[in-house]
Design a protein around this ligand. Sequence first.
Ligand code: 4NP
Length: 159
Amino acid sequence: MIKVLFVCLGNICRSPMAEGIFRDVIEKAGLEREVMVDSAGTHGYHIGEPPDPRAQSTTARHGISIVDLRGRQVEAEDLKSFDYVLAMDDENLANLRRLPGSARVRLFLEFACATSTREVPDPYYGGPGGFDRVYDLLEDAAQGLLAEIRQRLRDAKPT
Ligand code: 4NP
């Protein structure tokens, strides 16, 4: 099982959107038995809360429901148990790097093909257009991550 964790600040906007989008990508690829997807926030402001309504409506327009997700805070144990810990921006990355065992932490947009943007911008205090921009960036990087995981599963197969 390959385990993927998306991390942002509050776990109510970017990382639950990433979780929903990537789960959809994995299901469409028929890999749900091989890949597990989760998300968390570096801060504990929104523990137990559903995603922001703007995040929910943005993914819903693309046929993806994230209503059942609930905010949780990232734990040091996550850095041991997840194969990919993918931060949305440099601040999340810096927060994660303060935890022990953070060698495998990376920026999610490293996997994006259609943009040279490094960070998924925080949409929390902006208008609804910010969530569409976030969606497009996440969808792009999700396709790149799927390609990487497919390759990894091929490499792992006994010949
Ligand atoms: P997220 O967005 O990190 O993408 O979930 C935010 C959510 C909440 C806050 C900031 C960003 N906040 O300050 O409460």
